[in-house]
Design a protein around this ligand. Structure first.
Ligand code: SF4
Length: 340
């Protein structure tokens, strides 16, 4: 038994730093896929709070609220604890132990070549990130993945290199301490998502710090207001000017959130000036509100009943911990480490 005989379904590990309420970019970039994947794979969805510390270690006061808001939104949109294990990274101390052990196998150059390190520290000169923790966070990611013997890690393009590093370190440990028939770790594969990138309503990258996000469970009126000021095709100055939807954020949102039966109406209407931007945005706001109305209602229920989301996390932490303990027992034994 090597901890990999965990059933027939493939195992998936994914997670995100606790950033609080989830916006439409979070939905498109990760949550929509998670909702599909939880039906067919054994999924572990992790609130990566230790990863948050790599960049926000100077002020952690918002962490508890961010975790709460994030988990409530995850449950509101339909992540199902009966199908997936939803847990908090820092509740599973074994991640820290495995991180330490993997660090012993990880060449320094491998970490220094990471794009995030080069961009932020070497070229970006961000001295606040010039820390041991930030340099090593891809190694912590490897621990997160290998802990659950994940087969699949869904990633964006910028995260592929981290899964490659995880493959490298897993293969190295397997080479030194495993056999072909009985490896220490399962070597994971990445699954590249093809999610479109949604810009914020001011046309810049969607980011909380810019205040340009539309949140999944915010009140319908706020969604209407935020959509009404979205940046559009700059060539459509007057109502009778034809537009180019491909140059307009509103169209990129329509493609994701609006019932496809309206797509022609919007596209043709825009290119022929048959519809105005105001009507186009009204339709978008009503489609977003229609889609997320059940999540909004569910969120209100969960906020009234904190025991419910807390018990989901308690159960998820317990299940993740059991799996992590099993993995670590095997890893310690393979590495000839002291055991009591
Ligand atoms: S009609 Fe719609 S898609 Fe076209 S420019 Fe206006 S808001 Fe954008």
């Amino acid at each position: 038994m090597n901890g990999m005989e965990t059933g027939e379904r493939k195992i998936l590990l994914s997670g995100s730093r606790p950033t609080g309420r989830q916006h439409l970019g979070n939905y498109v970039g990760a949550l929509a896929q998670w909702l599909e994947l939880q039906d067919n794979l054994e999924c572990f969805f992790m609130v990566a709070d230790w990863h948050a510390l790599t960049s926000t270690y100077r002020d952690t006061s918002t962490l508890p609220d961010n975790i709460r808001n994030q988990v409530i939104d995850w449950l509101s949109i339909g992540l199902d604890p009966a199908k997936a294990t939803i847990f908090v990274q820092s509740a599973i101390k074994e991640h820290a132990e495995l991180h330490l052990l993997l660090a012993m196998f990880t060449p320094l150059g491998m970490m220094e070549r990471c794009t995030s390190w080069k961009d932020n520290v070497v070229e970006g000169g961000n001295d606040l990130l010039r820390t041991y923790g930030f340099l090593g966070y891809p190694c912590l990611q490897s621990a997160d993945i290998l802990m659950y013997h994940a087969d699949i890690v869904p990633v964006g393009k910028d995260q592929v290199e981290h899964v490659e590093k995880t493959q490298d370190v897993a293969q190295k440990v397997n080479f030194l301490y495993g056999t072909e028939e009985n490896p220490v770790f399962r070597v994971p594969e990445w699954k590249l998502g093809n999610a479109p990138v949604l810009l914020g309503n001011d046309g810049r990258k969607m980011s909380k710090s810019y205040g340009n996000c539309i949140y999944i469970t915010e009140p319908a009126k706020d969604v209407e207001q935020k959509v009404s000021v979205m940046v559009t095709d700059p060539a459509r100055v007057r109502r009778h000017d034809p537009g180019t939807p491909e140059l307009c954020s509103v169209w990129s949102y329509h493609k994701v959130f609006t019932d496809p039966k309206h797509h022609d109406e919007v596209h043709v209407g825009c290119t022929t000036a048959g519809i105005g931007c105001r009507d186009c945005k009204k339709l978008l706001a009503s489609e977003i509100n229609r889609k997320f109305e059940p999540a909004r209602a569910r969120r209100a229920e969960l906020e009234q009943n904190p025991d419910e989301w807390r018990s989901v996390l308690d159960a998820g932490n317990k299940a993740a911990r059991a799996r992590a303990r099993q993995t670590m027992e095997q890893v310690r034994e393979r590495l000839h480490l002291y055991t009591e």
